[in-house]
Design a protein around this ligand. Structure first.
Ligand code: IFM
Length: 438
């Protein structure tokens, strides 16, 4: 059985959340609307038309939530700042919004929990969307100003910063597949927004170096293990291309200052413009990559698809999201990232959604304990293989608003009764508590 003491002494265990998914208080204390407020209020965009208006009411219950983390014995907590709460129009300051994050950070530090702050987890101020959002090149400077302000406000106490969460989702789910806010369906836009996200990241890193002298800053990407879904050589070829489309596309510019050539060629051949400026900003040196890992993705050659591939179904056991459970992929991706980029890594998200129910006051999520144990083992194997992994954050501390899936997917180690806002520690939380003591 794996034990905490098997991990390096300074390795940190934490949980992760994001502002729009948990905070609620959408109209309170001067918060402005984000693209997700507007999108989730459009009929048909989310499961049952659910929104983050109330979510887990964390804005009012943060003390209880911090106390829960303290009781479990967690070392760290990764949360995100709601840009429209601190700057309702994207640029003017809302003191009440900042006060909330000051209170949260102080509460965490008092509980002995290290804060890891993400600046952007998808809730762009709607006022900036009206100016073109991530399609507007000026967005990078708005983001820099916002980041600088947050570094000044919290940088004396927060030493671990993540600029963006999963820019692939912001650009490809938001601007190409239309599943996330703002719901556009245009591949050219996805390429432009990716580039502006990376520029925003680079400017924020530049500002971080000026403002916070004794901290670390990184970028979190969703890391997908891409495998061929059949044995045709063409499927092996597209698997390697898709790996670059979804993984290297978001890592290479930050480290090497360029997009992977094969992908630039593929897009250009389809008549798409790939923005190729500002790489010196984008590649401002960072301290770590955050890794969000959930599953593998199978792809097969498809001559009818414009990019030459389609997705295939695997036969491994699946989570409630329909994602295959594949811990080996975490090991593989950690090793790949180490070999290609040679940077320290944090697993900033990993977890499982399942059909949790309260029975006799208890939530028996044994499947989640198994999932976590298996992934912990792979992290340990990666560390033993020489990968510099410094921490692991479970997604998520509590059940929350799972974007287009609304509240239908439960990822938490803490159960939320959305009628009463009662928090119930699931069996996985109890198991984690024992693990952290071991
Ligand atoms: O809930 C999301 C989170 O916001 C970003 N990463 C994946 C999680 C599960 O889908």
């Amino acid at each position: 059985m794996i034990r905490r003491s098997d991990f390096p002494k300074n390795f940190c265990f934490g949980t992760a959340t994001a502002s729009y998914q948990i905070e609620g208080a959408a109209d309170e204390d001067g918060r402005g609307p984000s693209i997700w407020d507007v999108f989730s209020h459009m009929p048909g965009k989310t499961f049952n038309d659910e929104t983050g208006d109330i979510a887990c009411d964390h804005y009012h219950r943060y003390k209880e939530d911090v106390q829960i983390m303290k009781d479990i014995g967690l070392d760290a907590y990764r949360f995100s700042i709601s840009w429209p709460r601190v700057m309702p129009d994207g640029k003017s300051i809302n003191q009440k919004g900042i006060d909330f994050y000051n209170r949260l950070v102080d509460e965490l530090l008092e509980a002995g929990i290290t804060p890891f702050v993400t600046l952007y987890h998808w809730d762009l101020p709607y006022a900036l969307h009206e100016k073109g959002g991530w399609l507007n090149p000026d967005i990078a400077m708005y983001f820099r100003a916002y980041a600088t302000f947050m570094f000044d406000e919290l940088g004396d106490r927060v030493k671990h910063w993540i600029t963006l969460n999963e820019p692939w989702c912001s650009s490809f789910l938001g601007y190409f597949m239309g599943e996330h806010a703002p719901g556009h369906q245009n591949l050219q836009e996805a390429l432009i927004t990716t580039h502006n996200l990376l520029r925003a990241h680079g400017y924020a890193v530049q500002s971080f170096r000026e403002e916070v002298k004794d901290g670390e800053v990184g970028l979190t990407n969703v890391v997908m293990k891409i495998e061929p879904g059949d044995s045709r050589p063409e499927s092996f070829f597209v698997a390697s291309l898709v790996d670059k489309i979804v993984n290297a596309w978001f890592h290479d510019p930050v480290i090497f200052g360029s997009y992977p050539e094969e992908v630039v060629k593929t897009y250009s051949e389809k008549g798409l413009q790939v923005p190729l400026d500002d790489f010196s900003i984008i590649s401002n040196p960072i301290d770590f990559f955050g890794v969000n890992y959930y599953t593998r993705t199978l792809v097969v050659y498809d001559e009818n698809d414009p990019l030459g591939f389609s997705y295939a179904q695997g036969d491994l056991p699946k989570t409630d999201m329909g994602w295959e459970i594949y811990p080996q992929g975490l090991f593989d991706m950690l090793v790949n990232l180490k070999e290609r980029y040679r940077l320290p890594l944090y697993i900033t998200e990993n977890g499982i959604a399942g059909p949790d129910k309260v029975e006799n006051g208890r939530v028996s999520d044994t499947y989640r304990i198994e999932y976590l144990e298996k992934h912990f083992e792979k992290v340990l194997e990666a560390i033993e293989a020489g990968v510099d992994v410094r921490g692991y954050f479970i997604w998520s501390l509590m059940d929350n608003f799972e974007w287009a899936h609304g509240y239908s997917k439960r990822f938490g180690i803490v159960y939320i009764d959305y009628n009463t806002q009662k928090r119930i520690l699931k069996d996985s939380a109890m198991w984690l508590k024992e693990f952290l003591r071991s």
